[in-house]
Unconditional design. Sequence first.
Length: 175
Amino acid sequence: MIIGAVTPLILEHGRDVSTRQIAEATGLAEGTIFRAFGDKESLIQAVVEKFLDPEPLRNAIRGIDPQETLEQKINDIVFFIRSRMAGVFGIMRALGGPGERPPARQVNREYVELISRAIEPDLELLNVSPERVAHFLRLVSFAASIPPMNEDYEFPTDELASLITYGIAGRPAER
């Protein structure tokens, strides 16, 4: 509850958020908050860890109905990845500095498996392997989530999903 109440303040004020603002946002005394987190830096770190937690994205992808149209599944995946990246970049921007960047990682095999499972009923429509689709979806979604890359021209999620779908499937599916 505390992390949820404090997150908008940190996104707005970064490290300059005051303990008084935190107490007001949570409706708790400062002492109560810092008994739970130790100090303001520990609370900020907990907010960062929330944004870096990959499990909400994994759960969202797991929740995709494999019987949906390929275009809808691609749209959902792009939306989920973009939402996660927007949150990660938002917290990085708010806190600033290279020390707050997420650690470099290899592409997580679990995402490839989850996305492959979601699109499995449509394998005959694909021009590339499901693994290639998964990597491409992450790449495009990641790039489309970087604020400087979207300042002059915004790609709506449905347009990106359509471009990806017909790029990987080559043609609109028969309905």
